[in-house]
Design a protein around this ligand. Structure first.
Ligand SMILES: [Cu+2]
Length: 461
């Protein structure tokens, strides 16, 4: 922890540091250092746009690309220049619990003017992202997120490796964040805050450089609050899925990729010269998300796309301890009453008086809702039943889980994920070896659903 006075003494020169990550060495190995500063900042979503007042990391949308190598230690000095407390969560990282960034559970929120040093080893290579985790439904909607790429070997961010970070913003007619609808009970009880303005890497319909020929890897990341988006390339060209939520998988071919909030999918496109555009096709009016333009390769031309196995094997389900999670609530649901702060009340009353309306096992979720006490080394099977009328992007902190589903077609496929999109009425099993000690949040990543009660804690000790 860094005190306020020390943080201030960094002054503005620290801003320059943030542009130039430094690489030091310690007994833990190489240390990759960054500085991230959360502040109100203006940003233009397209060339002639009005300046939008956002909350950003280092005044950039998205926040700066943090890139590091597997086995390194990531060391981020975080400074909060906002007018309210915040934290940073490193989504998908098998993190140290005290670095997970959940205020009130794994750390105290970082107060305005204060700093916090996040420092943790990077065990896995893959596509991750970081975002605010305090009042995330408001702070992420205002722009507090950025990409985190961990490469397997030498720096992978070559021109054959393209980050495509998508978001849907809810803007008013002056291109400002629609703030009066933040906290809307209608959004919270239905599908969450859906935006009306699509960006890729912080811009509307950007032109993205791609290699003139040969393969290219797109690292698709969704920073949307709640919208589920589907992408395809021009002419619905085949894409090979090579990693899901950061974790490499045996490659398979698709023509569309659906991304729920917080999910990542890495696709390999074998012939970059045929890649002209990316479209978002989840609505009746397909949108051009980005255009690709050829550019001669500079720097490294390395290609390391070979599948060498997943991060870790699927544990034996027969050995697993089953933990049932019954999801209920929301609009048009079957939940009439639930426990809130230990007291059973009607859902209508809890919704109107407390702004809460989603429950796990009959209880409105919070950091006090303990879903399970798990022993370190136990194999766990979360049997999750989405008994609501809505889809939910269920996210487990601290470890990935195996889930077998037909999300990518008709054949069941087992994938290692950290965020799984559950269809209404779906039952799914999340299988994992609980080898990371700590208090881990399990919640819906439709950020309004989490805020309205869809979250609980799994303790591993
Ligand atoms: Cu949800």
């Amino acid at each position: 922890m860094i005190t306020r006075r020390e943080a201030l003494s960094f002054g503005t020169s620290g801003l320059l540091l943030s542009l130039m990550p430094t690489l030091g060495k310690s007994e833990e190995g190489h240390v990759r250092q960054y500085r991230l500063e959360a502040s109100p900042a203006q940003h233009r979503f397209y060339e002639k746009a009005k300046a939008s007042d956002l909350w950003l990391y280092n005044a950039q949308s998205p926040g700066p690309l943090i890139s590091a190598q597997q086995g390194e230690v990531l060391d981020v000095l975080f400074v909060n220049n906002l007018s309210e407390p915040t934290t940073l969560h490193w989504h998908g990282i098998r993190n140290l619990n005290e670095m997970d960034g959940v205020p009130g559970l794994t750390q105290d929120a970082v107060e305005p003017g204060e700093s916090f040093r996040y420092r943790f080893p990077l065990k896995d290579a893959g596509t991750f992202w970081y975002h605010a985790h305090n009042k995330a439904w408001s702070q992420v909607a205002r722009g507090l997120y950025g990409p985190l790429i961990v490469s397997e070997s030498a720096h992978a961010n070559t021109s054959r490796d393209i980050v495509v970070l998508v978001d849907d913003w809810r803007l008013d007619e002056d291109d400002q964040i629609h703030t009066t609808s933040l906290g809307s009970l209608h959004d919270w009880s239905h599908g969450g805050r859906l935006g009306n303005f699509l960006t890729v890497n912080g811009h509307a319909e950007p032109v993205i450089d791609r290699p003139e020929q040969g393969p290219v890897r797109l690292r698709l990341i969704s920073a949307a609050n709640a919208r589920i988006m589907t992408f395809e390339t021009n002419d619905q060209r085949p894409m090979q899925v090579i990693a899901v939520d950061g974790a490499p998988c045996a490659p398979f071919e698709v023509t569309q990729v659906t991304l729920a909030p917080a999910q990542r999918v890495d696709v390999l496109i074998k012939e970059a010269d045929a890649l002209d555009a990316l479209f978002e096709v989840s609505t009746a009016d397909p949108l051009r998300a980005a255009t690709f333009a050829p550019k001669p390769l500079g720097g490294s031309d390395d290609l390391t796309f070979g599948f060498k196995g997943s991060w870790y094997p699927q544990p034996d389900a027969k050995q697993a301890r089953q933990i049932d999670i019954h999801m209920q609530g929301g609009a048009m649901g079957n939940l009439t009453s639930a426990k809130f702060d230990g007291v059973e009340r009607s859902l209508r009353e809890i919704a109107t008086q407390e702004g809460k309306l989603w429950a796990f096992n009959g209880e409105i979720g919070s950091y006090d809702l303990n879903l399970a006490e798990v022993s370190l080394g136990e194999i766990i099977k979360l049997t999750v039943w989405n008994d609501t009328r809505w889809r939910h992007a269920m996210h487990l902190h601290g470890q990935h889980f195996w889930v077998t589903s037909t999300e990518f077609g008709t054949e069941p496929r087992a994938l290692l994920r950290d965020t799984y999109l559950m269809q209404a009425g779906e039952r799914a099993e999340f299988l994992f070896l609980a080898d990371n000690p700590g208090e881990w949040l399990f919640h819906c990543h439709m950020l309004e659903h989490h805020a309205a009660g869809m979250g609980g804690v799994i303790s591993v000790s």
